[in-house]
Design a protein around this ligand. Structure first.
Ligand code: AMP
Length: 402
């Protein structure tokens, strides 16, 4: 396909529908970006090693290549008019190779910063943005010194390739180097952070267009289980000034690291109502999936609009929403047959499945969103719907469902 000459990023015309958005990564995020883009009449090309990946299933074209394959990234660039990536553990060199051919957002420098926890924390510090005290760790001696410099308890994390709580150890007492020795084989570069005794976790997805205009989606209150997001409650059950401060922080991050596209900012709220930034993700975020059903514009459509140089859409939320993730356990514990009819009989719920072939415990397979007049009713609805699908007794509703 001939490359379109218009460039929405130099103040020119938006990319017209029919143009191709290239996505590096064909997981669920790539799939949901693709669905939003196709709804607006754009074509989608996905790079993924699996020709039947969730993203590939809904794409016009698929480049079968690994995420660190520079030639693959260039092939994707040649058939795309604009590009993005759906997760930050893609190879930054491959992304920069693609950027030489086709505009790609968020930029390679945003990717390099956010794919390394040490660089990410250093950027936050440089810009005066609040985060837990930390030290970069590259040796056992540095680890032992950092344990005495930062007050405990602590969390030791791999600097790169960590997500969903993987590659992390909580350390309650000085351990003589044990946690360091356990993690150093995963990654020689580690980060030791103070463990934050948070009251709750919040996240805000901020969209920023090429002109620097920003819109933030309502803050989500997030509950994690074993380091993996389980439930997102929106609006977060915090005072309006806390939600406003969270939105301010997300905008400050987007400006500080110069994001074009989306940035998801995860934060801790402490007992003293202090917000500390935990992690950044330069892409749609699991805690923003509620926007598909609850907001005038979803996070995925917003990204597609920014990529194509279109005006951003309203982030207004119609009703309170709760999203619960569906992990592979829902399949493995029901003999591969979750009861979707029972789940969807719960008023106000919608089901999103990602088309993944194999259900493994802990694997994100889909989510359910419930909308209601209050977050409490939405929380009951989403939780009950998942329990019904799971064919298990609902803890929240207190009724046996088998
Ligand atoms: P992460 O992969 O950094 O997002 O961490 C996954 C989850 O681990 C977070 O959502 C928190 O629940 C927990 N966690 C990570 N870092 C810390 C910290 N410094 N203090 C307390 N809990 C943490």
């Amino acid at each position: 396909m001939a490359k379109l000459k218009c460039d929405p990023f130099s103040g020119g015309e938006p990319l017209p529908p029919g143009s191709t958005i290239g996505i590096i990564g064909g997981g669920q995020l790539g799939r949901m970006i693709a669905i939003a883009a196709r709804q607006m009449g754009y074509r989608v090309a996905v790079l993924d090693p699996d020709p039947d990946s969730p993203g590939a299933q809904v794409a016009d074209r698929v480049v079968e290549a690994s995420y660190n394959d520079r030639d693959g990234a260039r092939d994707l660039a040649r058939i795309s008019d604009v590009m993005t990536y759906e997760f930050e553990n893609v190879d930054a060199d491959a992304v920069e190779a693609a950027m030489e051919i086709t505009p790609l957002f968020p930029s390679g420098s945003v990717l390099r910063t956010t794919q390394n926890r040490v660089l990410e924390k250093a950027a936050l510090k440089r810009h005066g943005l609040p985060a837990a005290d930390y030290r970069a760790i590259e040796s056992e001696a540095q680890y032992l010194a950092a344990l005495s410099e930062i007050g405990g308890p602590w969390v030791l994390k791999t600097a790169t390739s960590g997500y969903d709580g993987k590659g992390q150890r909580v350390i309650r007492e000085p351990d003589g180097g044990k946690a360091y020795r356990e993690l150093k084989d995963h990654s020689p570069a580690l980060i030791l952070e103070r463990f934050v005794p948070f009251r709750l976790e919040l996240s805000v997805v901020c969209a920023r267009d090429r002109s620097g205009k920003m819109l933030t989606f309502p803050a989500s209150e997030n509950i994690h289980t074993d380091g993996v997001l389980d439930t997102s409650i929106v609006p977060a059950r915090v005072e309006p000034r806390v939600a406003e401060r969270a939105a301010d922080l997300a905008r400050s991050v987007a400006e500080a690291i110069d994001v074009t596209g989306l940035i998801a900012v995860e934060m801790f709220l402490t007992g003293d109502d202090e917000l500390l930034i935990n992690e950044l993700a330069p892409r749609p975020h699991n805690s923003g999936h509620y926007t598909i059903d609850a907001c005038r514009t979803s996070q995925f459509e917003q990204l597609a609009r920014v990529l194509c140089g279109l005006p951003m859409g309203s982030v207004e939320m119609a009703r309170p929403a709760v999203m619960v993730n569906l992990l592979g356990d829902v399949w493995t514990e029901t003999g591969g047959k979750p009861d979707w009819a029972a789940a969807l009989a719960v008023p106000g719920t919608s089901l999103h499945l990602y088309g993944k072939g194999e259900a493994r415990p802990g694997r994100k397979m889909g989510h359910i969103t419930a909308l209601a007049d209050t977050v409490e009713i939405a929380l009951d609805g989403a939780t009950l719907a998942r329990d019904l699908a799971w064919r298990r007794r609902s803890a929240r509703a207190g009724t046996p469902v088998l």
